[in-house]
Design a protein around this ligand. Structure first.
Ligand SMILES: [Ca+2]
Ligand SMILES: [Ca+2]
Ligand SMILES: [Ca+2]
Length: 235
């Protein structure tokens, strides 16, 4: 299978956000870890303490309510989101419509949530004082960061709309969208039975971060174990 492509500017944007400011600058500005992005990039949000909103997407896509998402249901759900983004209904998501997606529909993709765990040796590369890189055989090599929609999604695609633009003409035709949706279904149907079920889906990075112990609890635990304060993740 040909891998879906990502646009370099999105990667650069994500890296800049991560390194240009401290963690606290991005917490509390409307970013919630209880956020899920469907494989098409549609955001679903739930208040803290409520079930992770993957269930909202699943209920939306599973139109016959049999507890599993068929290939047709998956593509229909993706196409419905395409039609929402294709505001002028010309069969393309063009640049202005994509900008509306990035700025208004899914603004989370422009920020990197510092609570989401990043590959360890990215930290070693960017902050030599953080330690831990010397013993890692991959230290110093580029490790792909978890950015954009990948923070909240099941597939590592920082910008799911642009990723579907296979001929790189800065617009996504419905045919390209259906092709991307077919690929996404194949990735997610891990047991290849033609259906997506909740129990075969991975946890998203945001979901994992949301379920992790609070930072204060981690710090005090580390202090107790090591007898001194320890830095976590370079933040
Ligand atoms: Ca179904
Ligand atoms: Ca359009
Ligand atoms: Ca399956």
């Amino acid at each position: 299978m040909r891998p879906l492509r990502f646009f370099l500017p999105v990667l650069i944007l994500g890296a800049g956000v991560c390194t240009a400011a401290g963690a606290q600058d991005y917490v509390g500005v409307g970013m919630s870890l209880n956020t899920f992005f469907s494989p098409s990039g549609q955001p679903f949000r739930a208040p803290a303490g409520q079930p992770y909103p993957i269930v909202k997407w699943f209920e939306q896509a599973d139109t016959d309510k049999d507890g599993k998402i068929s290939h047709d249901e998956f593509v229909n759900d993706a196409t419905a989101f395409f039609n929402k983004l294709d505001v002028n209904h010309d069969g393309y998501i063009n640049s202005p419509e994509n900008s509306t997606y990035e700025n208004d529909v899914a603004p989370e993709i422009q920020r990197t949530d510092p609570r989401i765990r990043q590959p360890k040796n990215y930290v070693a590369q960017s902050d030599a004082d953080s330690g831990g890189g010397d013993t890692d055989p991959t230290a110093g090599r580029y490790q792909k960061q978890v950015i954009g929609a990948s923070q909240y999604g099941l597939i590592d695609e920082p910008q799911p709309i642009r990723a579907a633009d296979s001929n790189l003409d800065f617009r996504v035709k419905i045919d390209e969208w259906v092709n991307a949706s077919n690929q996404r279904f194949t990735i997610l149907d891990r047991n290849e039975d033609g259906f997506i079920t909740l129990d075969e889906l991975p946890k998203t990075p945001a979901q994992i971060a949301g379920e992790a112990p609070a930072p204060d609890a981690k710090k005090s635990k580390a202090k107790n174990e090591n007898g001194k304060k320890k830095r976590f993740g370079g933040y």
